[in-house]
Design a binder for this molecule. Structure first.
Ligand code: NAD
Length: 290
């Protein structure tokens, strides 16, 4: 595979496409945003004025788009039937499982192979080529996908059949939201009850309270690991994106009949926080509400 079409060159896709160029691929880029396209050109991508032109002649098509509605519309109107038969489609966007499976079925019926390959890791990992990809699809599709994903990744993991990558992503991020809120509550409680947050960090990060939110992304300014909390909660993982991911998890729970009371509560907490105008702040900023 030599030519890769890349659709969606935003915060994440821009750096990912640049890493494919560095790895020696011919990258055929498209985005609705002219700024994003100009940046992709500077990074060595060939740019096109429509999705259909970008996917023509492509051996593989990577999409990194905002949501399931857009993913479905891009594939059904401008990728399926326009890319060469046999091309591999990799959707790296975070979207709902049902749309993933629906689009993949349409693609397969038209003679393509498709994987869902959502990522863990933010903009820094996208730029640095150190994302974790969780991939759903057949073994054959996964083997082909590995060569495309490798230059953008620190890990590429086969989750199972199509849609399994999105299942892994929604479960991971629901867990992340819950332990972030728990970490913030424990930090606030320690402080109110007379224990310095730094001392609590030193103890709990080596005790059974240890978790990524506490140990590696401490949501309290000046305490523990350096994180967006130390920069007024700028950068990092936006609360609005966490709210989106929690919405996908709750929808997934409803579809599959799972019971997720803590996930539902986490969604309520992030919904209120985002509606209060904090959508752009890092998700650790929940600490400031306690
Ligand atoms: P973004 O909004 O920065 O980028 C999305 C890009 O898609 C934009 O440049 C936009 O112009 C483009 N776009 C929208 N509709 C299009 C269309 N019809 N055709 C072509 N281009 C179109 O978003 P992002 O932060 O890069 O996130 C992309 C995906 O990655 C989302 O699904 C998000 O949930 C997921 N994600 C983001 C992060 C993060 O930290 N930002 C982390 C993990 C996963």
């Amino acid at each position: 595979m030599k030519k890769i079409a890349f659709i969606g060159l935003g915060n994440m896709g821009g750096g990912m496409a640049a890493n494919l160029v560095t790895a020696g691929y011919k990258v055929r880029a498209f985005d609705l945003s002219e700024d994003a396209l100009a940046k992709a050109k500077e990074n060595g991508c060939d740019t096109f004025t429509t999705v259909s032109e970008a996917v023509a002649e492509a051996d593989a098509v990577v999409t990194m788009l905002p949501n399931g509605k857009i993913v479905k519309s891009v594939y059904t109107s401008e990728v399926i039937g326009k890319a060469p038969k046999g091309a591999l489609f990799l959707d790296c966007s975070t979207i709902d499982v049902a749309t993933t499976r629906e689009v993949a079925e349409l693609a397969e019926n038209a003679g393509y192979m498709m994987v869902d390959a959502p990522v863990s890791g933010g903009i820094a990992a996208a730029n640095g080529g150190s994302l974790t990809f969780m991939v759903g699809g057949t073994s054959e599709a996964f083997a082909r996908a590995q060569t495309v994903l490798e230059p953008m990744s620190k890990a590429v993991i086969h989750a199972g059949q199509i849609g399994s990558g999105q299942v892994a992503k929604m479960c991971n991020n629901m867990l992340l939201a819950i332990h972030m809120i728990g970490t913030c509550e424990a930090m606030a409680l320690a402080k109110k009850a007379g224990l310095a947050p730094q001392k609590f960090y030193e103890i709990s990060s080596k005790s059974t309270g240890y978790c990524w939110s506490l140990n590696d992304y401490t949501p309290v300014p000046g305490v523990g690991a350096t994180s967006p909390a130390d920069y007024d909660y700028q950068g990092g993982f936006a609360s609005a994106l966490m709210l989106k991911d929690l919405g996908l998890a709750i929808a997934g729970a409803e579809d599959s009949g799972a019971t997720v009371p803590m996930g539902e509560h986490a969604l309520e907490i992030y919904k209120a926080f985002v509606e209060a105008g904090n959508g752009g702040k890092d998700f650790g900023a929940i600490f400031t509400t306690l």
